[in-house]
Each structure stands twice: as C-alpha cells, then as structure tokens.
Write a protein that binds this ligand. Structure first.
Ligand code: CAA
Length: 284
C-alpha cells in the first residue's frame, strides 16, 4: 500500500510551482526542486501571487496561507529533494532525453516504495519508465495550465504501471481537490492530442490570412471557449505546442505536422506571454 505524505516536485516553472501550490494547500509536505536558485525564487513568487489572489477573494485565510508556505521547502539538489518522497512529480522541460536522465537518477535516489510521476503533456510514459528498473511505479500525472484553477488532471498508466500505483495517484488527485481523467498511454494522451490539433489549425487559419483576433473571437463567441486557441498558445508557450505536435507526428503520423508559421515563431523567439510577444504582445 502507498501512503503519500511527502511529495517532491521537480521543476519550479509554471507547472512545477502550480503543482507545489495545490499539493501544499491540501496538507502535503512538498519539496520543490530546480537547478537554479533564481528559478526557485521565481516559482515561490508565482505561488505568493496566486495565493494572494485567492486570499483577496476570501478563498484562503491568512492562517491557511501561512500553513501552506510552511509546508514548502526548496532545494537545487534532485537527490536531496527526493530522498524522503513518497511521490515524485517531475515537471522539467519537455525533452525525452532529459526526462529519461532524470528518471534514471530518481531510480537511484528514491526509496523503494516511491511513486515516480511525470507531468509530461505528450511523451509516452512507457518510454520514460524504461529509464528505470521499476516501471511498475512510474505513471503520468498531467496537470493543466494554470494549475491553481484547472480541475482536471490526466492520469496515464504506462504499459507496466501497477494497479496499486494508479489507485494511489487517483486518491492523491482527489485529495488535492482535482478530478482524475484516465488516459491511455499513446503520444499526447487525450488533452494534447486533441488540443494541439485544434491549436495547429488555428495557426493555419492565420497563415490563410485570418487575423488572430478574429480566430479567437470566433471560438470564444461561437463555441464558448474561455479563451481563443491563439491566446492559449501564447499562454502555454509556442515551443511547448510545437514540441507536442512533433511528438504526435513522430508517433502517430503526418497529420500532426506543425504549421510552418508556428515553427517560424519559435525560431524567432516569439513564444507568447513568457517572451512578451506571440500572436499578441504583452507588457506585464
Ligand atoms: N491562481 C489563482 N487564481 C487564478 C490564477 C492563478 N494562477 N489564474 C487565474 N485565476 C483566477 C482569476 O483570479 C479569476 O478569478 P475570479 O473569477 O474569481 O475573478 C479567474 O481565475 C479567471 O481569471 P481571469 O479573469 O484573469 O481570466 P479568464 O476568465 O480568461 O480565466 C483561465 C483564465 C481560467 C486561464 C481561462 O482563460 C481558461 O480556462 N483558459 C483555458 C485554459 C486551458 O485550456 N488550459 C489547458 C491548457 S493545455 C495544458 O495545460 C496542457 C499542457 O500540458 C500544455
């Protein structure tokens, strides 16, 4: 039986700091790890802003906010972060070689009963698990951006993942007030497989001469999307969407080929909100 009390989150970026926040809010002890101190500082600042928004609306009391931060510690050492962890959630950049290297190190550093989760949005869990000697303990735990407000979490069973591990991560996701969505382990699972195709078509609409504002307006007003697909690419990051499409194309075929404009924007560094420019410009 798995008894999750301590969680290590690897990566303090948009996904990692969000996962840290919602996990600590639910009472777990969390160690957030990144390779640079500045990344950890930025991650903690993002959590402070998000908790501040919730506190301003009365959704979190001052005592709860203080307790949440008291449960979070940080380190730049992966081995230090995971040594006592019952559950590890890896949220490092989407690169299969990097993730496999991380999982190899986790295999060496984690205690035998630890669950090793990946927040990958597209890479097959069975591939990542093959870097370890314990693929039965490896699964996908895919959070959505922005983590503090998105309720669904995709859970992916690799080919060799055990039933007990899946039961334990379902319980963890429910404990943090989220809703598990089970997905089969092929590239892109459910969410990225569908969303990346839609987003790619939106980029092609721009290549056809449509204005980004009109594409997004159409999907918001005619289909009730909360934000348009091009604003969503800007929010997630164009390079993440491009990487997702490349994984889908490699594993599932040509129909997932990325729009040339998306590639060009990534080459130009127009990644969206994080670089201040994507389909729209940002000053904050
Ligand atoms: N922390 C706390 N609260 C937050 C927040 C955060 N990080 N971000 C937004 N909020 C709150 C705001 O304070 C606001 O609260 P109130 O309604 O109480 O005022 C509420 O969320 C709505 O925010 P905004 O008014 O600023 O903007 P919005 O109405 O456009 O909502 C959104 C923002 C929830 C992100 C909405 O635009 C949305 O749902 N967009 C789609 C998101 C989506 O599709 N995510 C999946 C992306 S794919 C993915 O993540 C997979 C992958 O791996 C790439």
């Amino acid at each position: 039986m798995f008894d999750i009390k301590t969680v290590a989150v690897l990566g303090a970026g948009a996904m990692g700091n969000g996962i840290t926040q919602v996990t600590a809010a639910a009472g777990y002890t969390v160690v957030m790890q990144d390779i640079a101190e500045t990344a950890l500082e930025n991650g903690l600042n993002t959590i402070k802003k998000s908790v501040g928004k919730l506190a301003a609306k009365g959704k979190v009391s001052q005592e709860e906010a203080d307790a949440l931060f008291a449960r979070i510690s940080t380190t730049t050492s992966l081995e230090e972060a995971v040594k006592d962890a019952d559950l590890v959630i890896e949220a490092v950049p989407e690169n299969l070689e990097l993730k496999m290297e991380v999982f190899k190190r986790l295999d060496a550093a984690c205690k035998p009963g630890a669950i090793l989760g990946s927040n990958t949005s597209t890479l097959p869990i069975t591939s990542i698990a093959s870097a370890t000697t314990r693929p039965q303990h490896v699964c996908g735990i895919h959070f959505m951006n922005p983590v503090p407000v998105m309720i669904g979490v995709e859970l992916i069973r690799g080919r060799l993942t055990s039933d007990e591990v899946m039961d334990a991560v379902v319980a963890y996701v429910k404990q943090i007030g989220r809703e598990p969505v089970m997905a089969v382990d092929y590239a892109g699972f459910i969410v990225s497989r569908l969303l990346d195709v839609l987003n790619n078509e939106a980029v092609k609409c721009v290549m056809d001469g449509n204005k980004p504002e009109d594409v997004d307006k159409a999907m918001k007003l005619c289909c009730n999307f909360p934000i348009g697909p091009l604003a969503l690419i800007d929010m997630v990051g164009a390079e993440i969407v491009l990487h997702g499409l490349e994984t889908l194309e490699r594993d599932l075929g040509d129909k997932y080929k990325a729009a040339p404009l998306l590639r060009q924007m990534v080459r130009a560094g127009e990644l969206g909100r994080k670089t201040g420019r994507g389909f729209y410009t940002y000053n904050d």
